[in-house]
Design a protein around this ligand. Structure first.
Ligand code: NAP
Length: 242
């Protein structure tokens, strides 16, 4: 079986399945991060070459089942996985952690796209904490605001003129996030609706400090796919799969 990875859930699923008799598990990473957190077991790194490439790979390796455990915003990979498994006649399960929901005291504004998120910022404040990843800074490049940008690897241009980069990866704590928001006198937090608890502490800290959050909605999943929210449910599906 093939796990499409790049998330903590994908690594955990590989850990649960790797020693199971009768299963041969390969995890796949895109290769975006210079020093990735690797799952246990066999790992391949790099794109497959679109739907054709992935469908060919599934046939060549005689894959029986694919679990798409990519990040909720890895929409192209998820679309390719749905198309390639359908073409190759291979079973597909999507493992997707639930998104975040606002609670009492949260001041969240939803945006469908990052340009939409960027358009909201000038009316909300001057000092912005941007946690949408290093690949997505172009939408903010023309804004005359100050940005604290946190990403795993250094961002590449186009990027905002006035920006301080913090290279770090989760999990983060509420104490740490509160300190960061205070030290940098942040007015607004910008995030994707990634979900999960690895990076949720910033939302708690923003609520405590009364800081508004601009949050990008998830892209839709491909039509007709079966989705489960937990590693346990995905492992169960794999084990039961004929
Ligand atoms: P994407 O835009 O959906 O995919 C772009 C291309 O990258 C795909 O067409 C595929 O290339 C390749 N790719 C993506 N995930 C792959 C995987 N697991 N194994 C092999 N190839 C993969 O993807 P993305 O948003 O750039 O995300 C890339 C990776 O980072 C994913 O593994 C994802 O789980 C992880 N990640 C993404 C985010 C995010 O915010 N987007 C956050 C955290 C982690 P080919 O067409 O050549 O096969």
């Amino acid at each position: 079986m093939l796990i499409l990875g790049g998330t903590r859930e994908a690594r955990r699923l590989a850990a649960v399945l790797v020693d199971r008799p009768g299963l041969h598990v390969t995890s796949s990473l895109a290769g975006r991060v210079r020093t990735p957190s690797l799952p246990p077991g066999e790992v391949r790194i790099g794109g497959f070459g679109g739907v054709d490439g992935l469908a060919g790979w599934l046939r060549d390796k005689a894959v029986d089942a694919v679990v798409d455990a990519t990040h909720p915003f890895a929409a192209r990979m998820s679309a390719n996985a749905a198309a390639a498994t359908a073409r190759a006649g291979v079973a597909l399960l999507v493992l997707r952690r639930p998104g975040w929901t606002a609670g009492p005291g949260d001041d969240w504004r939803w945006a469908d796209t990052l340009p939409e998120a960027a358009a909201l910022l000038p009316s909300l404040g001057e000092r912005i904490f941007l946690t949408t990843g290093r690949q997505d800074l172009a939408s903010f490049a023309d804004l005359d605001l100050w940005f604290l940008v946190r990403s795993v690897d250094a961002p590449e241009p186009p990027a905002p003129q006035r920006m301080h980069v913090l290279l770090d990866r989760g999990p983060f704590t509420v104490d740490g996030e509160r300190t960061l928001l205070r030290e940098h006198r942040i007015d607004v937090l910008v995030t994707k609706d990634s979900g999960g608890d690895m990076t949720a502490a910033k939302l708690v800290a923003a609520r405590e400090l009364g800081i508004p959050v601009v949050i990008q909605s998830r892209p839709p999943l491909p039509a007709g796919v079966t989705v489960v929210p937990t590693v346990a449910a995905a492992a169960d599906w794999v084990v039961r799969h004929p």
